[in-house]
Every structure is written in structure tokens, then in C-alpha cells.
Design a protein around this ligand. Structure first.
Ligand code: CA
Length: 714
């Protein structure tokens, strides 16, 4: 009964705040997943935009499990603090809190409570659930460095809660019963993070506890004295990666109490999501759009903390001590350079500037720019795409609080060196690439064609940045000439990207359907398009505009077959391509996500909009299985946000966006310069495809504000 009341209350709130975008966000979108098939590989992230930690209900028993949430599971094991950017990377600093009554079970599985999504409120700034086993309603409202909780306990039974550090930390109650102080390493993939990261937390109890007891599995049970009437207890938590003192200082974020924290969180989300205002009669489209925008504002996480003098400092995962300034972690540039960072630069450049300052700190502390950070350097994927992220920010006009010359030095270092142990940091195979113009496939380096293609684009980024900051001519020319290296893995006979041997011959056993090998999580059919900076050149190399268009069409017409070079045969990205019904257009992974917009370089640019609309309509849904593969830290969501606005950054850093067709008749974008971009596409919502004003538009023109009209008046 309690649950039904909560649900009704939630709906009433939504109806009275219809203009506020946060109400359309569905944190559960993309949360039904297995190792074999991803529909997002997400958990409901209850969090502040770019805050340090995230919170989520945990619906699997083992806290060390990386797939710790699945929407279809009927029991909750705790409200979990997490930093996990992706289950493939794993978690760190994880722990959970579970309110309950009576003596708890001796392990997580024995303590869990049944629950129903019908008795649950899920939104970015507030999570509330009825824990049926205990007749307790638990609510949480996150801050940047903590959260406020409210646990509504029934009368007469012994109210309490369990703090579980999953055997990787500990927690203790203070002698006055008012605070629980704890720490955890909480690693689910220990080898990836080093050993010095410790998450500290201080829980302040709104009512003094009566006692605490360590359970057989190491979790701490804290109990209150029973009450004669239903009584809520508020708890506030502050966290830190530095010290208990910093964690205590974080408690200030929740000083105003639960309701105020929840209201402040909702206001913050509305303020940020509200920079794009779309009109639609379709609640489904509003939900997908704002859910995607919300996912684009979560990662990377800002690890900065405020010291006693009010300055921002951070715990450096590389240096192992406290350093000045901001720091960010929890993103993989191989995924996110494509659409996410251009979106942040366009809509939230003040955050991009902080992220650049964070990258500068990472460079100074580790000697490298990260390619995957969580929060230190993580060895995952390929490439050197920090070049796109850094150059793209500067060329998109991001300024303030960082030294671009220092970051340029970092790019040049990364472009000319391989990390001694990590294959994805710097450039593996750089000695071959710089000597021959490509990474050979037969020198013991995997994914050689993919590396070559990405290095070539990254070199274009470095050249463009070098030009913008006035570097010497020969330096600009060097990188500009390396930017043409994509041609070295383009087989002119087969007219497709093919791995190449050290002697110059192309792979004789080439199979266009083969995933892995010379490519990364995809095949040549997907990777050949990775010439973001020279689409004209690729078009010519393929045989001209007509042939280029035919090849684009062919991707959708080919069967979704695959052959595998992986030892474990089928990776989930293959399966996701196979089941989608889009032929070889594997939108569930990143390499091909810009491809539909390449029609803008053909004589049929309207196909870009039609294909993009098809993808928006069929591969995104406001449901728990609503994505078509790993969402990947805002990238697959940023694709939707751009596409719904009728735009896409095919080549980050170019100052140019390809056009498609908007999803909404009207969208108003608040630009950082105070102007408003008014995207108008009459008829768009009614399944027409208003034509773009031009195949590509300049960023500088959009920043002037005013109308951008799709579709003629016919
Ligand atoms: Ca991916």
C-alpha cells in the first residue's frame, strides 16, 4: 500500500512541473544487461552532474560484482556508492548502506529486501524505494561529495542500517553514537588502479545510535532504540579520497537537510538540462532526449575537493598524494572524443575548461595524458585520442584555467612515445608509424590498422592546434603530413582499409567481416570511415561521390554477419550489431557512429537525416533496455542529443558540424555567449524529414544565435 501512495505522489509532482526537464530523465534506461548482450551496460546513476561519486541501488548480492545492477532483479542489497564508469573497467571506492529492522542476516544475500519498481521513485536527484521486507522507505539525495538519506522506520521493531564495505574496508561507530566513520578500497578490478586509492566516508546520524555490531561478513550493523510511532531518521554522508577531515568537511553540502538537498539537486539538473529546450507532444521523445542529455553530464567525474582554505585540491592517483587544482576521472577517450566532448564544448564550455585543467594536472603528475582514466591511467582500448579532446576544446573556443602550451607539449609527447607498460597510453608502435607511416600488422602489435587510422586523425588534431597556437611551420607541416597516413592502410585495389605488413604488402587473407585482428572491436567495414578529417580524400579514394554513396548504402544492406579473431569468439558488440536489424551499421559501438553523416559529402545529403532519424527511432527507447549497446560514458547519448538537434560533429576540432534532420519542430539552445540558437524544423515531429539548410554548418555561424531553419516553406 505504501508503494502505491509513493507512486501517486511522484506522478502528481511531475504533472505540476511539466516545464522542467529533469522530470523526463529515466535513470533506468539501459539497465538490463548481461555479459553477452548490452542494452547500455548502465546502472541508474543517482548523482549530481560531474560530482565525484554516484549512488545506485544494488540488485545483485556480491558487492564486488561489476554488473551490480539489473533492472529485472527483484531484491535490493543496499544503496551503493560507486565510481564505476563501465562494468568492463570495474569499480573502486565502493560501499553500501542498507536500512532495515531487526537483527540482519549474516551476509548480503540474507539481508536483502524484496522491492517493486511500482514502489520506487527514480530520478537523477532523488531515489526512493519501499523495502518491503522491513516496511522501511529509504530515500537518498546525492551531492557532489556525499548524500543525504532519509529512512522511514516502522514502530516497535529495532530500526537500524548496515554499512557494507564488501570486505575491502571497515566502518566503526563513534563512542557518542552520532557518527560512523569508514574507509574502503572497494576495488572490483584491483590490478587496474594501483593500491593507494582509499575512499573515506563520514556518516552523521540524525539520531544517536544505541549500539553497533560487526556482522560475520565484516559489515557493520548500527541500530537505534525502537520508537512507539513511525519515525524517519536522516543521515548525512560526506566522502573524500584524501582524509577523514576532508570527508567531514563534505558534510557541509548536506547541512540543510534531506529535502533541501533533493530540491537543490533537482534545480541543478534543471538548470543544466534546461540549456536545451525542446518541444514535443511525445513524452517518449522527451524522455529519451533528456535521459541522453543527463547521461552526457555524468562523466568524467570531478575529483576535486576543497581544502581548509577553500582551494581546490585532489588526490593524485598517479603521484599518490594530494596536489593542487582539479582532476577528472572515469572516461575513455576512444569512445568519448567523438560526440561527447564536442557537446560539452558547445553547451558547457566552463566544464570543458575545468576538464582541460584536470588533464594538465594528470600530465604533470603521471607524465602522460590518459586515454582511459578511472581515475588514474587505465590500459584499455587503443589510440591517442586525447589529441582530439585537447585540440577540440581549444579549437572550439574553450578557455580559462589551463595552459594550452603545456597541454600541447603533452600531446607531442604522447604522439611520439609509447608507454612502457600500457598499450593504450601514448602510441604503441610509434617507431614504425613515424618511420613507415603506418603500424605494421606483423610486428607483434594488434589492431594495427585501427591504430594507424586513429593516429592519423590525431595528427591532424595536433597540426590544427599547432597552427592555432602559433607553433613553428615545420612542426605544423610534420603533423599535417602524418595526418595523410590513413592512406597507408587504405588498399587502393580493394578500396577499403586493410592491415598492412612491414614489407608494404596488404593482408592477403583479408576478410571485411573479421572483427579484431587489425581492427578494434569492429571490422574493416566499420573502420574504413575513420577518416574524420579528410572525408573528401576518402571519397576520392573509394572512387568518387557516387561510389562513396553506394558504399554507405551497402553498409545497411549487407547482412550482419561477422567472423571473429578473438579467442572468446563472440564479443557482445557483434551480437548487438547482429540483433539490431541495421545490417553492418553497428551503432552499438563507437567506430561507425559518425557514418550516417558522411552522406553530407555525397549528392544525397538528405539520406543523412533519414538514416539518423531511423537510428533515433529504432535504436533508442525510454525503456530499461533502451540503448543498443554500451552507452559508454555519454558518447552514445551525445550522439542522440546532437542528432535530435539536426547536427553532428563528424570531425571534432574542425569547427564544422554535419547536418541531419531534427527530431523536434522547435529546439532552443542557450549558447555560452548568452545568445539563443533557435532550431526550427516545421513538421519534423510528424515523421517528415525537413531538409538541412546546408550539408554542413560552421560552429562560428551557430554561435551568432538566431534561427537555424530546416525545411523550406513548400
Ligand atoms: Ca563501446
Amino acid at each position: 500500500m505504501k508503494g502505491i501512495q509513493l507512486f501517486a505522489l511522484c506522478c502528481a509532482t511531475a504533472a505540476t512541473s511539466a516545464a522542467l526537464p529533469e522530470q523526463y530523465v529515466l535513470p533506468e534506461m539501459g539497465t538490463v544487461n548481461t555479459h553477452a548482450l548490452s542494452t547500455g551496460n548502465l546502472y541508474p546513476a543517482i548523482a549530481r552532474p560531474w560530482g565525484v561519486g554516484l549512488w545506485t541501488p544494488q540488485t545483485v548480492p556480491n558487492g564486488r560484482e561489476r554488473w551490480f545492477y539489473d533492472y529485472t532483479h527483484p531484491r535490493i542489497y543496499g544503496l551503493r556508492h560507486t565510481y564505476q564508469p563501465s562494468p568492463w573497467i570495474g569499480d573502486w571506492g565502493a560501499w553500501s548502506i542498507l536500512p532495515l529492522v531487526g537483527r540482519p542476516g549474516t551476509n548480503a544475500a540474507a539481508r536483502a529486501s524484496w522491492f517493486s519498481h511500482k514502489a520506487e521513485t527514480m530520478s537523477p536527484a532523488l531515489y526512493r524505494v519501499y523495502l518491503a521486507e522491513f516496511d522501511v522507505t529509504a530515500a537518498l539525495a546525492p551531492t557532489a561529495h556525499g548524500a543525504a538519506f532519509r529512512f522511514d522506520y516502522p514502530a516497535a521493531d529495532v530500526p537500524g542500517f548496515v554499512v557494507d564495505t564488501f570486505g575491502l574496508g571497515e566502518a566503526a561507530l563513534s563512542s557518542d553514537g552520532r557518527r560512523v566513520t569508514g574507509w574502503t578500497r572497494g576495488y572490483t578490478q584491483p590490478k587496474k588502479y594501483g593500491t593507494n586509492l582509499v575512499q573515506r566516508f563520514v556518516l552523521e546520524l540524525g539520531r544517536p545510535a544505541a549500539a553497533a555490531e560487526r556482522l560475520p561478513d565484516g559489515a557493520l550493523w548500527v541500530r537505534f532504540a525502537p520508537t512507539s510511532a513511525r519515525t524517519p531518521v536522516e543521515l548525512r554522508v560526506g566522502t573524500s579520497l584524501i582524509s577523514d577531515e576532508f570527508a567531514s568537511r563534505s558534510l557541509a553540502e548536506t547541512a540543510a537537510g534531506f529535502d533541501a538537498v533533493a530540491a537543490e539537486g533537482r534545480a541543478e539538473w534543471n538548470r543544466l538540462l534546461g540549456r536545451v529546450r525542446v518541444q514535443s507532444d511525445s513524452i517518449d521523445r522527451l524522455r529519451v532526449f533528456y535521459t541522453c542529455l543527463y547521461r552526457a553530464l555524468l562523466f568524467p567525474r570531478s575529483l576535486g575537493e576543497t581544502d581548509a582554505r577553500g582551494a581546490t585540491v585532489h588526490f593524485s592517483p598517479s603521484a599518490g598524494d594530494v596536489r593542487p587544482g582539479p582532476y577528472f576521472g572515469g572516461t575513455g577517450f576512444w569512445d568519448t572524443f567523438r560526440a561527447l566532448y564536442p557537446l560539452l564544448n558547445f553547451l558547457y564550455p566552463e566544464m570543458s575548461a575545468q576538464m582541460m585543467a584536470g588533464l594538465e594536472n594528470c600530465w604533470k603528475e603521471s607524465g602522460w595524458l590518459p586515454e582511459w582514466s578511472s581515475p588514474g591511467l587505465v590500459d584499455c582500448m587503443v589510440g591517442n585520442n586525447s589529441a582530439s579532446v585537447v585540440a577540440g576544446a581549444w579549437l572550439d573556443g574553450v578557455r580559462g584555467g589551463f595552459d594550452i602550451n603545456e597541454l600541447y607539449r603533452a600531446l607531442v609527447h604522447g604522439a611520439n612515445n609509447a608507454h612502457p607498460t600500457m598499450k593504450s597510453v601514448g602510441r604503441l608502435g610509434v617507431e614504425h608509424y613515424n618511420a613507415k607511416g603506418y603500424v605494421p600488422r606483423d610486428v607483434g602489435i594488434n589492431e594495427s590498422a585501427a591504430r594507424t587510422l586513429e593516429y592519423a586523425y590525431d595528427d591532424w588534431c595536433i597540426a590544427a592546434l599547432a597552427r592555432a597556437i602559433g607553433r613553428p611551420r615545420e612542426e605544423i607541416d610534420l603533423y599535417a603530413s602524418r595526418a595523410r597516413n590513413w592512406r597507408n592502410v587504405f588498399d587502393p585495389a580493394r578500396r577499403i582499409a586493410v592491415g598492412r605488413n612491414a614489407d608494404g604488402s596488404f593482408n592477403a587473407a583479408f576478410d571485411p567481416f573479421a572483427w579484431g585482428g587489425d581492427f578494434t572491436e569492429g571490422c574493416a567495414l566499420h573502420y574504413t570511415w575513420s577518416v574524420f578529417h579528410d572525408v573528401e580524400g576518402l571519397c576520392e579514394a573509394m572512387g568518387g561521390r557516387k561510389e562513396f554513396e553506394r558504399r554507405l548504402d551497402e553498409i545497411f544492406a549487407l547482412p550482419p554477419k561477422f567472423t571473429s579473431t578473438y579467442s572468446h569468439a563472440v564479443i557482445h558488440e557483434m551480437r548487438e550489431m547482429q540483433v539490431m536489424g541495421f545490417g553492418q551499421y553497428a551503432h552499438g559501438n563507437q567506430p561507425i557512429q559518425h557514418m550516417v553523416y558522411l552522406y553530407d559529402w555525397t549528392d544525397a545529403p538528405e539520406k543523412a537525416g533519414r538514416r539518423a532519424r531511423d537510428v533515433m527511432d529504432r535504436l533508442y527507447a525510454p525503456t530499461p533496455d533502451g540503448y543498443c549497446g554500451d552507452e559508454d560514458n555519454g558518447q552514445t547519448s551525445a550522439w542522440f542529443v546532437w542528432s535530435a538537434l539536426g547536427l553532428y560533429p563528424v570531425c571534432p576540432g574542425s569547427g564544422e558540424y554535419a547536418t541531419g534532420t531534427p527530431l523536434f519542430d522547435r529546439a532552443d539552445v542557450s549558447l555560452p555567449n548568452g545568445r539563443t540558437l533557435e532550431i526550427r524544423a516545421p513538421g519534423a515531429a510528424a515523421r517528415r524529414f525537413p531538409a538541412a539548410p546546408a550539408p554542413r554548418v560552421r560552429r562560428a555561424d551557430l554561435l551568432k544565435g538566431g534561427p537555424l531553419l530546416f525545411g523550406s516553406a513548400r
